[in-house]
Design a protein around this ligand. Structure first.
Ligand code: UDP
Ligand code: MG
Length: 325
């Protein structure tokens, strides 16, 4: 069997404390997989700690550990995009650098890939490590997303997966700035399967997600894959207008029969408040979409690479000027 090249892309942000341990466990797990040669590509997402030095040290000891340092913190989604652009393997595996994604699962990823699947998703079957609030939050988000957005994302999907070269090339063609990877994996299609895994304990450091960034992430996901929030206002407007016409008719008839009186002041105030609220919300939603259009139109590169650690010097694969068509 000819050996195939597998690149493991690991976005890391302030993971210096856990990195050596992570690297050791990952190497142990993948060294035992037959018939592959591997490269591990860390994407240092503008860490403020010694992460980059840790990657250099790993590279000095074993040239198969390589790195890509972005010029600042671009966020995990963008770090993933950078890693995918630079990964050269016949298959690319994406995982977190904190051991929450157990390296032992990679063997079954590779098996499924050999069996012909183009994408192998890791599906977490245990989230006890996360707070009840966070679990509730991801459930609620998933419910909302599958109700109004297409394509569906598999439940429990995380950024732990294997992609065939074909799928990686497809991902690299998606030039959008607001990157909601879970949706993108689903969007590109290809024959896929899932491998369940139990979430491991974070090896060191702490999760860098705050509630606000999670909320931001959720809005990004929905806005990127659904135009329902944009359209719902016209239906709401229709219902409200119909109601207003009926109310006007009823009011006219009542005045004709019983004569005019002057009650209805609370109705007036309440309806003004409710409808200005609705209008402001709809403007805000429009703003979410317009802001993203603005972001895309500026056409800035998605990320900037400051340094590559190990491996052949990389050419800049990010097109400088993107065609907006
Ligand atoms: N990460 C990153 N850039 C960021 C935030 C996180 O590359 O701005 C990396 C982080 O180092 C880790 C992975 O993304 O390898 C998952 O992050 P984290 O563990 O903080 O998130 P959680 O597991 O809580 O979803
Ligand atoms: Mg984590």
């Amino acid at each position: 069997m000819p050996s195939s090249q597998v690149t493991i892309v690991v976005p890391v942000f302030n993971e210096a404390a856990g990195l050596p341990n992570f690297a050791q466990q990952l190497r142990a797990a993948i060294d035992s997989i037959r018939g592959i040669t591997w490269t591990i590509l860390f994407v240092d997402d503008g860490s403020g700690d010694e992460t980059r030095a840790a990657i250099r040290a790993l590279n000095a000891a074993d040239g198969r550990f390589q790195g890509l340092a972005l010029s600042r913190n671009f966020g995990k989604e963008t770090a993933i995009a950078a890693g995918l652009r630079h990964a050269k393997g016949d298959a690319v595996i994406l995982m977190d650098g904190d051991l929450e994604h157990p390296p032992e699962v990679i063997a079954s990823f590779v098996e499924n890939w050999r069996a012909g699947y183009k994408i192998v998703f890791g599906k977490r079957i245990d989230k006890e490590t996360q707070s009840p609030l966070r679990r509730f939050y991801s459930k609620a988000f998933h419910g909302l997303f599958s109700a109004i957005a297409r394509p569906r994302i598999p439940a429990g999907a995380v950024d732990f997966l294997l992609m065939d070269r074909q799928a990686v090339d497809a991902m690299n063609q998606l030039g959008e700035r607001t990157r909601f990877s879970k949706g993108l994996y689903a969007w590109i299609g290809f024959r896929s399967t899932t491998v369940p895994f139990v979430v491991g304990d974070r090896s060191a450091g702490q999760s860098s997600w705050r509630f606000r960034s999670l909320a931001r992430f959720a809005v990004d996901g929905i806005v990127s894959f659904s135009s329902v929030p944009l359209k719902v206002w016209s239906y709401l407007g229709l219902v409200i207008s119909a109601f207003a016409i009926l109310y006007a008719a009823a009011f006219m008839i009542r005045t004709l029969i019983f004569g005019a009186d002057v009650p209805g002041f609370p109705t007036l105030v309440v309806s003004i408040m409710v409808f200005s609220g609705v209008q402001l919300i709809s403007l805000g939603v429009l703003g979410e979409y317009v802001a993203r259009i603005y972001d895309e139109v500026k056409g800035r590169p998605l990320f900037l690479v400051e340094e590559t650690i190990g491996g052949a010097p990389e050419q800049q694969t990010e097109p400088r000027v993107r065609r907006i068509a």
